[in-house]
Design a protein around this ligand. Structure first.
Ligand SMILES: [Zn+2]
Length: 162
C-alpha cells in the first residue's frame, strides 16, 4: 500500500503521515533497528503491544493492524500484554516475528489482496488476520477468535497467544 501527498513545509507538522514515517522512529528494514534498541524501547513502555507497534506512538514505523495480528500470532503473544512486562524470550520472539513478517511481505510483493504500482499482485498470505475468520489455528486446531481492541478487530488464537 502506498500514498502520495504534496504538502508545503509549513504544513508538515500537522501531517500524521510525516510524523509517522519521517520521524526519528526506527524502520524495521533499517540496519539501526537492532534487537537491543527494540528491547530498550519496549521496557520503557507501560502500554499494550498494539500501541507499541502500530500508530503515531509506536516504536517502529510502517506497521498496520494487519501486520500487528500476524506478528503477535507468530510471536505467541496476547494483544493486550504490556510491552514493559515481556520476558527476554518474549521480546526475542516478538522481534523475530516482526522482522520475518516485514521481510516476507517485501519479498513476496505485499499482501495477496493488493497490487503494486505496475498492477502485479502480491503473494503474501498472513498467518493471522481477517483471512482466518471462521477457521481454526494452523498450529493447535483451536477456533480463531475475534477481539475488538485498539480501534480495530484482532483475530487470534487464545490457546497459542498468551
Ligand atoms: Zn493455536
Amino acid at each position: 500500500m502506498g500514498i502520495i501527498q504534496a504538502r508545503g513545509d509549513n504544513e508538515l507538522e500537522q501531517s500524521y503521515v510525516y510524523h509517522r514515517d519521517f520521524s526519528a522512529t526506527a524502520s524495521p528494514i533499517d540496519g539501526e533497528f537492532t534487537f537491543e534498541r527494540f528491547s530498550k524501547e519496549l521496557v520503557d513502555r507501560n502500554v499494550n503491544l498494539k500501541t507499541v507497534l502500530v500508530g503515531k506512538d509506536a516504536i517502529v514505523v510502517g506497521l498496520g493492524n494487519s501486520a500487528f495480528q500476524d506478528i503477535i500470532y507468530r510471536a505467541g503473544l496476547y494483544p493486550k500484554r504490556k510491552a514493559s512486562e515481556l520476558t527476554d524470550a518474549e521480546q526475542h520472539a516478538l522481534f523475530g516475528a516482526l522482522q520475518f513478517v516485514v521481510q516476507q511481505r517485501i519479498r513476496l510483493g505485499g499482501k495477496d489482496q493488493f497490487v503494486d504500482l505496475y498492477g502485479k499482485q502480491g503473494s503474501y498470505v498472513p498467518t493471522m488476520g481477517p483471512n482466518m475468520k471462521d477457521k481454526i489455528c494452523t498450529s493447535c486446531g483451536s477456533d480463531i477468535e475475534k477481539l475488538s481492541f485498539g480501534g480495530g478487530q484482532v483475530y487470534l488464537c487464545l490457546r497459542c497467544q498468551k
